[in-house]
Design a protein. Sequence first.
Length: 524
Amino acid sequence: MRFVSLSTFLFLAVASQAAVAQHDAHRMFTLVGPTATENFGAAQAVAGDINLDGCADIVIGARYANANAGAVYVFSGRNGALLYTFNGTAVSGQLGYVVSGAGDVDRDGFPDIVAGAPYANGSTGQVVVFSGRTGAVIWTLNGVSSGERFGFSVGDAGDVNRDGNADVIVGVPSGNAGTGQAVVFSGKDGKVLYTFNGDSAADSFGQSVDGAGDVNLDGFPDLVAGAPLDDNNGTSSGMVRLLSGKDGSILRSIDGAAGEQLGFWVSGGGDINRDAFADVVASAYGANRVDTYSGRDGTRIWGYVGQAGESFGWTCAGAGDVDKDGYADFIGGKGSASSTTDPGVSRVISGRTGQALLTFQGYQVGGGGDINGDGYSDVIAGTWLLNGVCWVYSGKQLSLRSDVHEIPLTTGGTQNLTLDAGVAQANRNYWIFGSVTGTKPGITLQGVDIPLNPDPYTDLLIANINAPNFVRFRGTLDANGAATAALQVPNNLPPGSITLYHAFLVYNGSTFYMASNGASVLLK
Protein backbone atom coordinates (compact mmCIF):
# COMPACT_ATOMS: atom_id res chain seq x y z
CA MET A 1 0.00 0.00 0.00
CA ARG A 2 1.31 3.46 -0.78
CA PHE A 3 0.56 7.11 -0.19
CA VAL A 4 0.63 9.73 -2.90
CA SER A 5 0.62 13.49 -2.95
CA LEU A 6 -2.43 15.58 -3.64
CA SER A 7 -0.68 17.06 -6.68
CA THR A 8 -1.13 13.72 -8.47
CA PHE A 9 -4.86 14.33 -8.49
CA LEU A 10 -5.34 18.09 -8.66
CA PHE A 11 -5.20 18.23 -12.45
CA LEU A 12 -8.12 15.79 -12.51
CA ALA A 13 -10.37 17.85 -10.25
CA VAL A 14 -13.61 19.18 -11.64
CA ALA A 15 -14.72 20.69 -8.34
CA SER A 16 -14.55 24.40 -7.68
CA GLN A 17 -11.32 26.09 -6.62
CA ALA A 18 -12.85 26.63 -3.19
CA ALA A 19 -13.48 22.91 -2.85
CA VAL A 20 -9.91 22.12 -3.88
CA ALA A 21 -8.59 24.63 -1.35
CA GLN A 22 -10.62 23.03 1.45
CA HIS A 23 -9.52 19.60 0.30
CA ASP A 24 -5.89 20.64 0.66
CA ALA A 25 -6.30 22.58 3.91
CA HIS A 26 -8.02 19.70 5.74
CA ARG A 27 -6.37 16.64 4.15
CA MET A 28 -4.40 14.61 6.67
CA PHE A 29 -3.28 11.88 4.28
CA THR A 30 -4.25 9.95 1.18
CA LEU A 31 -4.58 6.19 0.84
CA VAL A 32 -4.38 4.66 -2.64
CA GLY A 33 -5.17 1.13 -3.73
CA PRO A 34 -2.32 -1.09 -4.92
CA THR A 35 -3.86 -1.82 -8.34
CA ALA A 36 -6.38 -0.20 -10.66
CA THR A 37 -8.67 -3.23 -10.61
CA GLU A 38 -9.32 -3.82 -6.90
CA ASN A 39 -12.16 -1.26 -6.53
CA PHE A 40 -10.31 0.00 -3.45
CA GLY A 41 -12.32 2.77 -1.78
CA ALA A 42 -15.79 1.79 -2.97
CA ALA A 43 -16.54 1.03 0.69
CA GLN A 44 -14.96 2.75 3.65
CA ALA A 45 -15.71 3.69 7.24
CA VAL A 46 -14.24 5.21 10.36
CA ALA A 47 -13.95 2.10 12.50
CA GLY A 48 -13.19 3.21 16.05
CA ASP A 49 -9.81 3.02 17.78
CA ILE A 50 -8.80 -0.49 16.70
CA ASN A 51 -5.32 -0.44 18.23
CA LEU A 52 -6.17 1.69 21.29
CA ASP A 53 -3.66 4.46 20.52
CA GLY A 54 -6.15 7.30 21.02
CA CYS A 55 -6.96 7.81 17.33
CA ALA A 56 -9.91 6.40 15.39
CA ASP A 57 -8.83 4.07 12.58
CA ILE A 58 -10.03 3.55 9.01
CA VAL A 59 -11.38 0.46 7.24
CA ILE A 60 -11.53 0.25 3.44
CA GLY A 61 -12.99 -2.44 1.21
CA ALA A 62 -11.55 -3.63 -2.11
CA ARG A 63 -14.22 -6.00 -3.45
CA TYR A 64 -12.44 -6.99 -6.67
CA ALA A 65 -9.12 -7.89 -5.03
CA ASN A 66 -7.92 -11.50 -5.11
CA ALA A 67 -9.79 -12.39 -8.30
CA ASN A 68 -13.04 -10.90 -6.92
CA ALA A 69 -12.82 -12.74 -3.60
CA GLY A 70 -12.26 -9.28 -2.15
CA ALA A 71 -10.16 -7.77 0.61
CA VAL A 72 -10.47 -5.41 3.56
CA TYR A 73 -7.70 -3.06 4.70
CA VAL A 74 -7.46 -1.41 8.12
CA PHE A 75 -5.29 1.70 8.52
CA SER A 76 -4.06 3.58 11.55
CA GLY A 77 -5.64 6.98 12.02
CA ARG A 78 -2.53 8.05 13.90
CA ASN A 79 -0.06 7.69 11.03
CA GLY A 80 -1.80 5.92 8.14
CA ALA A 81 0.10 2.67 8.65
CA LEU A 82 -1.53 -0.53 7.43
CA LEU A 83 -2.73 -2.47 10.48
CA TYR A 84 -4.51 -5.43 8.87
CA THR A 85 -5.29 -6.98 5.51
CA PHE A 86 -8.21 -9.42 5.47
CA ASN A 87 -8.51 -11.43 2.26
CA GLY A 88 -11.78 -12.92 1.10
CA THR A 89 -12.01 -16.70 0.86
CA ALA A 90 -15.28 -17.17 -1.05
CA VAL A 91 -14.85 -17.38 -4.83
CA SER A 92 -16.18 -14.14 -6.37
CA GLY A 93 -17.71 -13.28 -2.98
CA GLN A 94 -16.49 -9.67 -3.05
CA LEU A 95 -15.55 -9.33 0.62
CA GLY A 96 -15.30 -5.62 1.31
CA TYR A 97 -18.33 -4.73 -0.80
CA VAL A 98 -19.36 -3.00 2.44
CA VAL A 99 -17.40 -2.41 5.64
CA SER A 100 -18.10 -0.98 9.07
CA GLY A 101 -16.79 -0.71 12.56
CA ALA A 102 -18.58 -3.31 14.67
CA GLY A 103 -18.02 -2.13 18.22
CA ASP A 104 -16.54 -4.52 20.74
CA VAL A 105 -18.17 -7.76 19.57
CA ASP A 106 -16.07 -10.19 21.62
CA ARG A 107 -15.82 -7.97 24.70
CA ASP A 108 -12.03 -7.93 24.83
CA GLY A 109 -11.73 -4.14 25.09
CA PHE A 110 -10.89 -3.62 21.40
CA PRO A 111 -13.39 -2.48 18.74
CA ASP A 112 -13.89 -4.98 15.93
CA ILE A 113 -14.68 -4.83 12.20
CA VAL A 114 -17.48 -6.26 10.04
CA ALA A 115 -17.45 -6.72 6.27
CA GLY A 116 -19.92 -8.07 3.75
CA ALA A 117 -19.38 -10.45 0.82
CA PRO A 118 -22.87 -10.40 -0.74
CA TYR A 119 -21.94 -12.44 -3.81
CA ALA A 120 -20.43 -15.38 -1.95
CA ASN A 121 -21.93 -18.81 -2.55
CA GLY A 122 -23.97 -17.93 -5.59
CA SER A 123 -25.00 -14.54 -4.20
CA THR A 124 -26.36 -16.17 -1.07
CA GLY A 125 -23.90 -13.89 0.67
CA GLN A 126 -21.62 -13.92 3.69
CA VAL A 127 -20.56 -11.56 6.48
CA VAL A 128 -17.31 -11.81 8.43
CA VAL A 129 -16.56 -10.17 11.79
CA PHE A 130 -12.85 -9.66 12.48
CA SER A 131 -11.12 -9.03 15.79
CA GLY A 132 -9.57 -5.60 16.19
CA ARG A 133 -7.12 -7.03 18.72
CA THR A 134 -5.76 -10.03 16.79
CA GLY A 135 -7.21 -9.85 13.28
CA ALA A 136 -8.73 -13.32 13.73
CA VAL A 137 -12.21 -14.16 12.48
CA ILE A 138 -14.75 -13.88 15.31
CA TRP A 139 -17.86 -14.87 13.36
CA THR A 140 -18.65 -15.96 9.83
CA LEU A 141 -22.34 -15.44 9.13
CA ASN A 142 -23.99 -16.91 6.04
CA GLY A 143 -27.14 -16.20 4.11
CA VAL A 144 -29.79 -18.85 3.67
CA SER A 145 -31.14 -18.50 0.11
CA SER A 146 -29.45 -18.28 -3.27
CA GLY A 147 -29.52 -14.77 -4.69
CA GLU A 148 -30.60 -12.98 -1.50
CA ARG A 149 -27.32 -10.99 -1.25
CA PHE A 150 -26.87 -11.39 2.48
CA GLY A 151 -24.25 -8.82 3.53
CA PHE A 152 -25.12 -6.19 0.92
CA SER A 153 -24.99 -3.79 3.87
CA VAL A 154 -23.61 -4.09 7.40
CA GLY A 155 -23.44 -1.94 10.50
CA ASP A 156 -22.65 -1.65 14.19
CA ALA A 157 -25.96 -2.31 15.93
CA GLY A 158 -24.77 -1.41 19.40
CA ASP A 159 -25.48 -3.72 22.31
CA VAL A 160 -29.19 -4.21 21.58
CA ASN A 161 -29.70 -6.99 24.16
CA ARG A 162 -27.46 -5.34 26.76
CA ASP A 163 -25.32 -8.40 27.43
CA GLY A 164 -22.06 -6.44 27.18
CA ASN A 165 -21.22 -7.56 23.62
CA ALA A 166 -21.74 -5.26 20.64
CA ASP A 167 -24.11 -6.75 18.07
CA VAL A 168 -24.14 -6.39 14.27
CA ILE A 169 -26.87 -5.67 11.75
CA VAL A 170 -26.85 -7.14 8.24
CA GLY A 171 -28.90 -6.07 5.22
CA VAL A 172 -30.37 -8.68 2.87
CA PRO A 173 -32.09 -6.67 0.09
CA SER A 174 -33.38 -9.71 -1.82
CA GLY A 175 -34.27 -11.84 1.20
CA ASN A 176 -37.75 -12.93 2.28
CA ALA A 177 -38.97 -13.67 -1.24
CA GLY A 178 -37.61 -10.38 -2.52
CA THR A 179 -39.07 -7.95 0.03
CA GLY A 180 -35.71 -7.59 1.72
CA GLN A 181 -34.58 -8.07 5.29
CA ALA A 182 -32.49 -6.62 8.07
CA VAL A 183 -31.09 -9.17 10.50
CA VAL A 184 -29.45 -8.46 13.88
CA PHE A 185 -26.90 -10.97 15.20
CA SER A 186 -25.59 -11.38 18.71
CA GLY A 187 -21.97 -10.44 19.17
CA LYS A 188 -21.75 -12.95 22.01
CA ASP A 189 -22.75 -16.13 20.17
CA GLY A 190 -23.56 -15.15 16.56
CA LYS A 191 -27.23 -16.11 16.90
CA VAL A 192 -30.07 -14.17 15.30
CA LEU A 193 -31.64 -11.67 17.69
CA TYR A 194 -34.11 -10.03 15.28
CA THR A 195 -35.24 -10.46 11.69
CA PHE A 196 -37.06 -7.51 10.12
CA ASN A 197 -38.84 -8.07 6.80
CA GLY A 198 -39.69 -5.63 4.04
CA ASP A 199 -43.29 -4.89 3.14
CA SER A 200 -43.56 -5.83 -0.53
CA ALA A 201 -41.65 -7.63 -3.27
CA ALA A 202 -38.75 -5.69 -4.78
CA ASP A 203 -38.74 -3.02 -2.03
CA SER A 204 -34.99 -3.63 -1.50
CA PHE A 205 -35.49 -3.33 2.24
CA GLY A 206 -32.07 -3.68 3.88
CA GLN A 207 -30.15 -2.19 0.97
CA SER A 208 -28.64 0.00 3.68
CA VAL A 209 -28.67 -0.61 7.45
CA ASP A 210 -27.00 0.81 10.52
CA GLY A 211 -27.23 1.21 14.24
CA ALA A 212 -29.27 4.31 15.05
CA GLY A 213 -28.41 4.97 18.67
CA ASP A 214 -31.17 5.34 21.23
CA VAL A 215 -33.86 7.12 19.19
CA ASN A 216 -36.66 6.70 21.76
CA LEU A 217 -34.68 7.09 25.00
CA ASP A 218 -35.65 3.72 26.41
CA GLY A 219 -32.07 2.83 27.25
CA PHE A 220 -31.61 0.41 24.33
CA PRO A 221 -29.78 1.19 21.07
CA ASP A 222 -32.11 1.10 18.07
CA LEU A 223 -31.68 0.39 14.36
CA VAL A 224 -32.36 1.96 10.98
CA ALA A 225 -32.92 0.33 7.60
CA GLY A 226 -33.70 1.71 4.15
CA ALA A 227 -35.99 0.40 1.41
CA PRO A 228 -35.29 2.73 -1.56
CA LEU A 229 -37.63 0.92 -3.99
CA ASP A 230 -40.63 0.89 -1.66
CA ASP A 231 -43.77 2.26 -3.35
CA ASN A 232 -45.80 3.38 -0.34
CA ASN A 233 -45.99 6.98 -1.56
CA GLY A 234 -45.55 6.47 -5.30
CA THR A 235 -43.20 4.43 -7.47
CA SER A 236 -39.75 4.17 -5.87
CA SER A 237 -40.69 6.72 -3.23
CA GLY A 238 -38.55 4.80 -0.78
CA MET A 239 -38.84 4.34 2.94
CA VAL A 240 -36.72 4.61 6.10
CA ARG A 241 -37.69 2.43 9.05
CA LEU A 242 -36.63 2.86 12.68
CA LEU A 243 -36.59 -0.39 14.63
CA SER A 244 -36.52 -1.02 18.36
CA GLY A 245 -33.47 -2.66 19.85
CA LYS A 246 -35.46 -3.41 22.99
CA ASP A 247 -38.21 -5.60 21.54
CA GLY A 248 -37.83 -5.65 17.74
CA SER A 249 -40.94 -3.58 17.10
CA ILE A 250 -41.30 -1.01 14.33
CA LEU A 251 -40.87 2.40 15.93
CA ARG A 252 -41.52 4.51 12.85
CA SER A 253 -41.64 4.39 9.05
CA ILE A 254 -40.79 7.48 7.01
CA ASP A 255 -41.89 7.59 3.36
CA GLY A 256 -40.33 9.56 0.54
CA ALA A 257 -42.12 11.04 -2.48
CA ALA A 258 -42.42 9.33 -5.85
CA GLY A 259 -39.05 8.69 -7.45
CA GLU A 260 -36.99 9.91 -4.48
CA GLN A 261 -35.63 6.50 -3.42
CA LEU A 262 -35.51 7.57 0.20
CA GLY A 263 -33.39 5.10 2.17
CA PHE A 264 -30.88 4.51 -0.61
CA TRP A 265 -28.30 4.95 2.15
CA VAL A 266 -28.90 5.30 5.90
CA SER A 267 -26.77 5.99 8.94
CA GLY A 268 -26.99 6.77 12.60
CA GLY A 269 -26.61 10.53 12.96
CA GLY A 270 -26.06 11.28 16.62
CA ASP A 271 -28.04 14.06 18.26
CA ILE A 272 -28.34 16.51 15.37
CA ASN A 273 -30.93 18.86 16.88
CA ARG A 274 -29.75 18.58 20.49
CA ASP A 275 -33.00 17.29 21.97
CA ALA A 276 -31.26 14.31 23.65
CA PHE A 277 -32.78 11.81 21.17
CA ALA A 278 -30.50 10.10 18.64
CA ASP A 279 -31.34 11.09 15.05
CA VAL A 280 -30.70 9.43 11.67
CA VAL A 281 -29.29 10.38 8.28
CA ALA A 282 -30.82 9.06 5.06
CA SER A 283 -30.28 9.81 1.40
CA ALA A 284 -32.99 10.34 -1.21
CA TYR A 285 -30.74 9.47 -4.12
CA GLY A 286 -33.42 9.99 -6.76
CA ALA A 287 -34.01 13.51 -5.46
CA ASN A 288 -30.33 14.50 -5.25
CA ARG A 289 -30.70 14.97 -1.49
CA VAL A 290 -29.50 13.89 1.95
CA ASP A 291 -31.99 14.21 4.82
CA THR A 292 -31.79 14.03 8.58
CA TYR A 293 -34.75 12.88 10.69
CA SER A 294 -35.60 13.30 14.34
CA GLY A 295 -35.47 10.12 16.39
CA ARG A 296 -37.99 11.69 18.72
CA ASP A 297 -40.89 12.18 16.26
CA GLY A 298 -39.62 11.34 12.76
CA THR A 299 -39.87 14.88 11.41
CA ARG A 300 -37.25 16.05 8.95
CA ILE A 301 -34.59 18.21 10.57
CA TRP A 302 -32.62 19.15 7.47
CA GLY A 303 -32.66 18.22 3.81
CA TYR A 304 -29.56 19.20 1.83
CA VAL A 305 -29.94 19.21 -1.97
CA GLY A 306 -26.92 18.72 -4.21
CA GLN A 307 -26.14 20.72 -7.30
CA ALA A 308 -27.93 19.87 -10.54
CA GLY A 309 -26.91 16.51 -11.95
CA GLU A 310 -24.81 15.42 -8.96
CA SER A 311 -27.04 12.58 -7.74
CA PHE A 312 -26.07 13.67 -4.26
CA GLY A 313 -26.73 11.01 -1.64
CA TRP A 314 -24.91 8.10 -3.23
CA THR A 315 -23.68 7.63 0.34
CA CYS A 316 -24.14 9.49 3.59
CA ALA A 317 -23.02 9.19 7.19
CA GLY A 318 -23.17 10.81 10.56
CA ALA A 319 -20.03 12.92 10.90
CA GLY A 320 -19.91 13.74 14.59
CA ASP A 321 -19.34 17.33 15.66
CA VAL A 322 -16.94 18.47 12.95
CA ASP A 323 -16.95 22.17 13.81
CA LYS A 324 -17.25 21.77 17.62
CA ASP A 325 -20.41 23.86 17.92
CA GLY A 326 -22.21 21.25 20.01
CA TYR A 327 -24.32 19.84 17.16
CA ALA A 328 -23.73 16.54 15.39
CA ASP A 329 -23.02 17.11 11.68
CA PHE A 330 -23.42 14.80 8.68
CA ILE A 331 -21.73 14.10 5.33
CA GLY A 332 -22.93 13.05 1.89
CA GLY A 333 -21.28 12.16 -1.41
CA LYS A 334 -22.41 12.52 -4.98
CA GLY A 335 -22.98 9.52 -7.21
CA SER A 336 -22.65 10.85 -10.73
CA ALA A 337 -19.16 10.59 -12.24
CA SER A 338 -18.40 12.77 -15.25
CA SER A 339 -15.51 10.49 -16.24
CA THR A 340 -13.18 7.85 -14.86
CA THR A 341 -10.92 10.68 -13.67
CA ASP A 342 -13.62 12.56 -11.75
CA PRO A 343 -12.56 12.63 -8.06
CA GLY A 344 -16.12 13.26 -6.90
CA VAL A 345 -17.59 15.73 -4.43
CA SER A 346 -18.52 15.24 -0.79
CA ARG A 347 -19.94 17.79 1.63
CA VAL A 348 -20.03 18.07 5.39
CA ILE A 349 -23.35 19.62 6.41
CA SER A 350 -23.92 21.50 9.66
CA GLY A 351 -26.31 19.90 12.09
CA ARG A 352 -27.03 23.36 13.48
CA THR A 353 -27.88 25.21 10.24
CA GLY A 354 -28.28 22.59 7.51
CA GLN A 355 -25.72 24.43 5.37
CA ALA A 356 -22.50 23.05 3.89
CA LEU A 357 -19.54 23.49 6.21
CA LEU A 358 -16.85 21.88 4.06
CA THR A 359 -16.59 20.60 0.50
CA PHE A 360 -14.10 17.84 -0.27
CA GLN A 361 -13.35 15.30 -2.98
CA GLY A 362 -14.78 11.78 -2.95
CA TYR A 363 -18.01 9.82 -3.53
CA GLN A 364 -17.99 7.24 -0.76
CA VAL A 365 -18.04 8.83 2.69
CA GLY A 366 -17.67 7.99 6.35
CA GLY A 367 -17.26 9.85 9.60
CA GLY A 368 -17.96 10.09 13.27
CA GLY A 369 -14.53 9.63 14.81
CA ASP A 370 -11.53 11.70 15.89
CA ILE A 371 -8.90 10.30 13.54
CA ASN A 372 -5.98 12.54 14.48
CA GLY A 373 -6.82 12.89 18.16
CA ASP A 374 -7.18 16.70 18.17
CA GLY A 375 -10.68 16.77 19.67
CA TYR A 376 -12.51 17.46 16.39
CA SER A 377 -14.56 14.85 14.56
CA ASP A 378 -12.98 13.92 11.24
CA VAL A 379 -14.30 12.37 8.03
CA ILE A 380 -13.16 10.27 5.10
CA ALA A 381 -14.20 10.32 1.46
CA GLY A 382 -12.98 8.37 -1.51
CA THR A 383 -13.55 6.93 -4.93
CA TRP A 384 -13.15 3.59 -6.64
CA LEU A 385 -11.82 5.53 -9.64
CA LEU A 386 -8.22 6.84 -9.88
CA ASN A 387 -6.94 3.36 -8.90
CA GLY A 388 -9.04 3.66 -5.76
CA VAL A 389 -8.45 6.49 -3.30
CA CYS A 390 -9.45 7.40 0.25
CA TRP A 391 -8.82 10.94 1.45
CA VAL A 392 -8.68 11.41 5.22
CA TYR A 393 -9.87 14.86 6.29
CA SER A 394 -9.49 16.75 9.55
CA GLY A 395 -12.54 18.55 10.85
CA LYS A 396 -10.19 21.35 11.86
CA GLN A 397 -8.21 23.22 9.23
CA LEU A 398 -4.57 22.17 9.37
CA SER A 399 -1.85 24.77 9.82
CA LEU A 400 0.86 22.19 9.05
CA ARG A 401 0.30 20.07 5.95
CA SER A 402 2.44 17.55 4.10
CA ASP A 403 2.41 15.97 0.68
CA VAL A 404 3.37 12.40 1.65
CA HIS A 405 3.03 10.38 4.82
CA GLU A 406 5.15 7.33 4.03
CA ILE A 407 8.77 7.10 2.85
CA PRO A 408 10.59 3.78 2.18
CA LEU A 409 13.80 3.38 4.13
CA THR A 410 15.46 1.64 1.18
CA THR A 411 14.93 4.44 -1.33
CA GLY A 412 14.54 7.47 0.90
CA GLY A 413 12.56 10.48 -0.20
CA THR A 414 11.28 13.93 0.70
CA GLN A 415 8.29 15.05 2.72
CA ASN A 416 7.38 18.60 1.73
CA LEU A 417 5.74 20.62 4.48
CA THR A 418 3.47 23.64 4.12
CA LEU A 419 3.15 26.01 7.06
CA ASP A 420 0.04 28.21 7.15
CA ALA A 421 -0.21 30.08 10.44
CA GLY A 422 -2.43 32.87 9.05
CA VAL A 423 -1.83 36.57 8.44
CA ALA A 424 -2.02 37.34 12.18
CA GLN A 425 1.37 35.59 12.47
CA ALA A 426 2.96 37.38 9.49
CA ASN A 427 6.73 38.00 9.66
CA ARG A 428 7.13 36.12 12.94
CA ASN A 429 9.64 33.35 13.52
CA TYR A 430 8.79 29.67 13.38
CA TRP A 431 10.58 26.54 14.56
CA ILE A 432 9.63 22.97 13.61
CA PHE A 433 10.11 20.46 16.42
CA GLY A 434 9.90 16.66 16.28
CA SER A 435 8.94 13.59 18.28
CA VAL A 436 9.02 9.82 17.83
CA THR A 437 6.67 9.11 20.72
CA GLY A 438 3.63 10.91 19.34
CA THR A 439 1.38 13.90 19.80
CA LYS A 440 -0.34 13.04 23.08
CA PRO A 441 -0.37 14.38 25.71
CA GLY A 442 2.05 16.92 24.24
CA ILE A 443 3.50 19.83 26.16
CA THR A 444 2.30 23.32 27.10
CA LEU A 445 4.72 26.26 27.04
CA GLN A 446 3.60 29.78 27.98
CA GLY A 447 -0.01 28.71 27.53
CA VAL A 448 0.62 27.33 24.01
CA ASP A 449 -0.21 23.64 23.55
CA ILE A 450 2.37 21.92 21.35
CA PRO A 451 1.13 18.50 20.12
CA LEU A 452 4.43 16.66 20.54
CA ASN A 453 5.89 14.55 23.32
CA PRO A 454 9.47 15.69 24.04
CA ASP A 455 11.93 12.82 23.58
CA PRO A 456 15.46 12.16 22.25
CA TYR A 457 14.37 12.95 18.67
CA THR A 458 13.26 16.39 19.85
CA ASP A 459 16.73 17.01 21.27
CA LEU A 460 18.44 15.57 18.20
CA LEU A 461 16.49 17.80 15.84
CA ILE A 462 17.11 20.94 17.94
CA ALA A 463 20.82 20.20 18.10
CA ASN A 464 20.99 19.55 14.35
CA ILE A 465 18.46 22.10 13.11
CA ASN A 466 20.81 23.19 10.31
CA ALA A 467 21.52 19.65 9.09
CA PRO A 468 20.70 19.17 5.38
CA ASN A 469 17.95 16.68 6.25
CA PHE A 470 15.89 19.44 7.92
CA VAL A 471 15.29 22.00 5.20
CA ARG A 472 14.02 25.36 6.51
CA PHE A 473 12.91 23.81 9.81
CA ARG A 474 13.54 27.26 11.31
CA GLY A 475 12.83 30.58 9.68
CA THR A 476 10.46 33.51 9.25
CA LEU A 477 6.88 33.38 8.06
CA ASP A 478 6.02 35.56 5.06
CA ALA A 479 3.44 38.37 4.86
CA ASN A 480 0.65 35.77 4.75
CA GLY A 481 1.98 33.88 7.74
CA ALA A 482 3.16 31.03 5.51
CA ALA A 483 6.36 29.12 4.80
CA THR A 484 7.59 25.85 3.33
CA ALA A 485 9.97 23.26 4.69
CA ALA A 486 11.09 19.73 3.86
CA LEU A 487 12.27 16.57 5.57
CA GLN A 488 14.82 14.74 3.43
CA VAL A 489 15.26 11.06 4.25
CA PRO A 490 18.42 9.44 2.83
CA ASN A 491 18.35 6.05 1.16
CA ASN A 492 19.75 2.72 2.34
CA LEU A 493 18.77 3.20 5.97
CA PRO A 494 18.62 0.09 8.18
CA PRO A 495 15.36 -1.87 7.90
CA GLY A 496 12.63 -1.19 10.42
CA SER A 497 9.59 0.98 10.95
CA ILE A 498 9.31 4.28 12.78
CA THR A 499 6.96 7.25 12.70
CA LEU A 500 8.27 10.80 12.99
CA TYR A 501 5.95 13.56 14.15
CA HIS A 502 6.51 17.27 13.57
CA ALA A 503 4.80 20.51 14.60
CA PHE A 504 5.86 24.13 14.42
CA LEU A 505 5.89 26.87 17.06
CA VAL A 506 5.47 30.56 16.18
CA TYR A 507 7.51 32.89 18.39
CA ASN A 508 9.37 36.18 18.58
CA GLY A 509 12.12 36.45 21.12
CA SER A 510 10.86 34.73 24.26
CA THR A 511 7.15 35.11 23.40
CA PHE A 512 5.24 32.10 22.05
CA TYR A 513 2.14 32.78 19.93
CA MET A 514 0.78 29.50 18.60
CA ALA A 515 1.62 25.93 17.65
CA SER A 516 0.45 23.93 14.65
CA ASN A 517 -1.18 20.54 14.49
CA GLY A 518 1.09 17.52 14.36
CA ALA A 519 2.02 15.93 11.01
CA SER A 520 3.43 12.44 10.69
CA VAL A 521 5.62 10.48 8.31
CA LEU A 522 6.02 6.71 8.46
CA LEU A 523 9.49 5.42 7.60
CA LYS A 524 9.48 1.72 6.71
